[in-house]
Design a protein around this ligand. Structure first.
Ligand code: FES
Length: 215
């Protein structure tokens, strides 16, 4: 399965405001199909292998699967799976990709596999959210459901994920529901757990990542 590349929004507010500042929030729009560290030794985790049917022929394209570890999108280093402690409270979401612990394949073949991690106060999570969180760490698709920019920012006052393109906001405590802005669809979430201090994917996205109706 090959993912469609989404066009960039034609009128990104951040780019209009800072035309010479570059557009880090667009950085992954044309994500190269890297196959970082494929074939590297599997990561000894002792966790369950991925479950369920393969979602793509190429494992780097497959959506996150139960048992996957997480690595920073900035370096895709499968030898350094992310620990729960690495996710700070009330900070910009960490951008990560899942990695198959058995093969070391970073699933960065599709930008729809990118995940945004945030940490909130566990006491603020209801029973359902607490079940899919690892402590206070919650995971969402990092692709904005409005027009597909990366969701890279955090509104500290509101405690919401923020897309800098047109300022849609998503509430991590309420299943990624839209809190403000033009987006009309919640950010898909996926459940996490912690094993040996490391964050582990506990299941797939609860919905299809990306805009409701791609342009
Ligand atoms: S792409 Fe428009 S708010 Fe995110």
């Amino acid at each position: 399965m090959t993912d469609m590349k989404l066009p960039m929004p034609p009128a990104c507010a951040a780019c209009r405001a800072m035309p010479d500042a570059g557009s880090p929030h667009h950085a992954s729009a044309e994500l190269p199909r890297r196959r970082a560290l494929r074939g590297a030794a599997g990561i000894a985790l002792g966790a369950a292998l991925p479950t369920g049917p393969a979602l793509a022929d190429d494992p780097a394209d497959a959506r996150p699967q139960a048992g996957d570890l997480l690595v920073l999108a900035s370096d895709d280093d499968a030898s350094r799976p992310l620990t729960a402690d690495a996710v700070a409270s009330n900070r910009k979401p960490l951008q990560v990709f899942p990695v198959d612990p058995a093969t070391g394949t970073v699933r960065n073949g599709s930008r729809f596999n990118k995940i945004a991690l945030v940490r909130v106060d566990p006491a603020a999570l209801d029973g359902d959210a607490a079940l899919r969180a690892a402590g206070g760490v919650l995971a969402f698709s990092a692709v904005c459901t409005h027009e597909g920019c990366d969701v890279t920012e955090w509104n500290d006052k509101a405690g919401t994920l923020l897309c800098f393109c047109h300022f849609s906001q998503f509430d991590p405590r309420e299943k990624g529901q839209v809190a403000a802005g033009p987006a009309a669809k919640a950010l898909p979430w996926l459940p996490l757990r912690v094993e040996a201090g490391r964050l582990v994917v506990a299941g797939g996205f609860n919905g299809k990542p990306g805009p409701a109706k791609p342009a």
